[in-house]
Design a protein around this ligand. Structure first.
Ligand SMILES: [Zn+2]
Ligand SMILES: [Zn+2]
Length: 396
């Protein structure tokens, strides 16, 4: 009797070819037309009912088990790529200049397709599995749009599950935790405004670079002095702009700074937004300037529910043993729009190790040398199949 990973590995070459084909043809969020058509046609090939056009380019396949059972679960993969110019030099590198699968969503799509085929051929479960292929995870909120457009009204489920590769985590190791697992993502900007003037006579000007410089220095006091020491918060500056490089003797009238904020709980998010505004406005006033502050909430924190997490951890442990699963994995200060699905239904978002790159180095996601590890395809697909067996097994 082959193990589940060995069973899924029977199609490993085909899955790798599929993954590399998607990798070669990356598409940006809400533009995944080729990818969505490929997904829909494969699902239909395997006799799976398919709905297309959810949230634009989203696809949902539905499978019913041969045993009776009233439970339903959703398994979610994302399909979109990033605006990054690939430099891997791989034979299947992006043929779409400036667009790249640098987060492994090509692999996520292929792993769920691999599971779909196996489940269609072996519907030895009771209940319903919805295979959700979502568009536009990278910043555009395709997951939110799917929920807003009635994903879970059309496809009611008791729980929803996500899976993401994690570079640097050993191949096939799993990581998950109950509660907040990925962060609230905020984007903020401050425009300091004064009068500007001649650099030779600064006393005749109000200089907005002064409060900006003080603000950048003071910003980390929000983390160190305003948050409880046990809580996590991040405020990082991403861009600063003022003046004209051709005019070093001119004090600019405006100086702008923008950045990102990360947190795991609403109270920390609120404190960071409030204190950032207070500091900007007070420092501007101290220097005779004004501050226009914008603090925008993007993706919410991804909060895993305890029940689905325990189920997911058991399903992963069934593949390679309990010591391959860290069920108290440290939370990550990146964001994920699976968070919106997790707000709508009890959810578990699992990480699986992508290992290290072929050249032995560590290529993080969102970098131009990243590549999904094809050795992970049968492992991730086996996780999905194991999850269905655990969620909708004989007793369902
Ligand atoms: Zn990403
Ligand atoms: Zn991703």
């Amino acid at each position: 009797m082959p193990t589940l990973i060995e069973a899924l590995g029977a199609h490993a070459g085909e899955l790798a070819a599929l993954r590399q084909d998607i990798h070669r043809h990356p598409e940006m969020g809400f533009e995944e037309r080729r990818t969505a058509a490929l997904v829909a046609s494969r699902l239909r090939d395997w006799g799976i009912a398919v709905e297309e056009g959810l949230a634009g380019t989203g696809v949902v396949g539905t499978l019913r088990g041969r045993r009776p059972g009233g439970q339903a679960i959703a398994l979610r993969a994302d399909m979109d790529a990033l605006p990054i110019a690939e430099v891997t030099g791989l034979p299947y590198a992006s043929a779409n200049p400036g667009v790249m699968h640098a987060c492994g969503h090509d692999g996520h799509t292929a792993m769920l397709l691999g599971a779909a085929r196996h489940l269609a051929e072996n519907p030895d479960f009771g209940g319903t599995v919805h295979l959700v292929f979502q568009p536009a995870e990278e910043g555009l909120g395709g997951g939110r749009r799917m929920v807003e457009e009635g994903l879970f009204d059309r496809f009611p489920v008791d729980a929803v599950f996500g899976l993401h590769n994690e570079p640097g985590l050993a191949l096939g190791r799993f990581g998950i935790r109950p509660g907040p697992m990925l962060a609230n993502v905020d984007t903020w900007s401050v425009a300091f405004r004064g009068t500007g003037g001649h650099g030779a006579v600064p006393h005749r000007a109000t200089d907005p670079t002064q409060p900006l410089a003080a603000f950048v220095g003071a910003l980390q006091s929000v983390i160190g002095r305003d948050l409880p020491a046990r809580e996590t918060g991040v405020l990082s500056v991403g861009h600063i702009a003022a003046g004209d490089a051709r005019a070093p003797n001119v004090i600019p009238a405006e100086a702008r700074v923008t950045g990102t904020g990360r947190s795991f709980i609403p109270a920390v998010r609120a404190t960071m937004g409030r204190r950032l505004r207070e500091l900007a406005e007070a420092l501007a006033a101290a220097h005779g300037c004004t501050a226009e502050v914008a603090y925008r909430h993007d993706y919410p924190a991804l909060v895993n529910a305890p029940g689905p997490v325990a189920l997911a951890a058991r399903a992963a442990a069934a593949l390679g043993g309990a010591d391959t699963v860290d069920a108290d994995y440290p939370p990550i200060t990146a964001g994920e729009d699976f968070a919106y699905m997790a707000q709508a239904r009890p959810a578990a978002f699992m990480l699986v190790g992508n290992g290290v790159a072929e050249d032995g180095s560590f290529h993080h996601v969102h970098t131009p040398r990243y590549d999904f590890n094809d050795a992970l395809l049968p492992i991730g697909a086996a996780y999905w199949v194991s999850l269905v067996a655990h969620a909708l097994g004989k007793d369902a």
